[in-house]
Design a binder for this molecule. Sequence first.
Ligand SMILES: Cc1ncc(COP(=O)(O)O)c(C=O)c1O
Length: 435
Amino acid sequence: MVATPAHLRSAAVALGNDEVLRIRNDFPILQQRVNGKELVYLDSGATSQNPLSVLEAEQEFYEQRNSAVHRGAHHLAVEATEAFEDARETVAAFVGAEPDELIWTSNATEGLNLLTYSFLNASLPGAGAEAARFALAPGDELVVTEMEHHANLIPWQELAVRTGAVLKFIPVDDAGALDLEAAAAIIGPRTRVLAFTHASNVLGTINPVAALVGLARSAGALVVLDACQSVPHLPLDVKALGVDFAVFSGHKMLAPTGIGALYGRSELLNSLPPFLTGGSMITTVTMERAGFLPSPQRFEAGTQRISQAVALAAAVNYLSETGMDRIHAWEAELGQRLVQGLSAIPGIRVLGPAAGQERIGLAAFDVAGVHAHDVGQFLDSRGIAVRVGHHCAQPLHRRLGLTATTRASTYLYNTTDDVDAFLNAVADVRAYFHA
Ligand SMILES: Cc1ncc(COP(=O)(O)O)c(C=O)c1O
């Protein structure tokens, strides 16, 4: 077993292989064989698998409670509303937020688009005095980083184009860390928003949130955190982090697709103009105008993803019962094992922090002379599922001189045997392709 360096060890007792094997029994999809081999699922960074309790929660909702929420006076409508709002309470508490600060979205991408379109609405004539604090003018600056997933880049690009704001970015150094000196120079009096990822889906880097929030605060800028790769994997408290907004996706944290959340400080959400308008988000409507409810309904126009929200709460319960600190500690071990093992294979270039440096439990790498898609297919022939391509981070790959990489990403149901099977297969790739 590869030892985790002392400074990376969590006070929590990490999960161990025996416990992980028990956990795995809760995941029906992981019991299958692929290409005649036991499935080794190392693609949770893209999407995670669902335990039975999550599948059952969604089915139970449809069998027992299915109804529209917030409007019916009948029994099922009351039950559905309770289940929906209980789910909000559970998921909000999981990230340290109040229920009215958690808005359901389809995924993180929608959460970020909701925000940027709401900022755009605030910048349009007639947005009203309350919205003025979000209005952008030509020359205002939006700051992102060079390691962003496209989901936390393109919406800001579009917002900049539409408002005349200027988009700037904090560069990444060769070791896969943000250049904080550059960040201090870039974030200034014209910065209105700093949006960055908590953990990189390519590099595995965990960004220094406190330092970045400090820079944004001294410039009077709002902070938006892409928590897609952190909420599923480590204990997180949005209030302790001090961010203004955060987004995450349910399907990366044991829940079904189609559900995610946007966190926002209550005071901000209640003056931010809505993005989508229509039913369920209004106070009074005349033929000319409409008044809007406070958050969260203000941002939840139309019939919501009710069963998915219930299932996400079941996923959160599963994670909490296992212990986020223990999951984090285990994945840190798996991440180190991945990096150490990959770094020892000739012809492999691992991206991001070197072995012994903090990272989440994933590693993306380049195999000299073999295209990432060929690597992925070779691994699949051994029953190993990984992700290949640019992982929705083309600018980052360009910065690193690459077009595509292969990424292995772990979760609470992966054992050290999974990592070893993967490493053994990667060791054979170059010989197989005569590279
Ligand atoms: C860091 C990061 N941000 C955003 C996203 C977008 O997530 P979704 O496609 O669920 O909206 C991902 C998904 O891979 C991600 O890893």
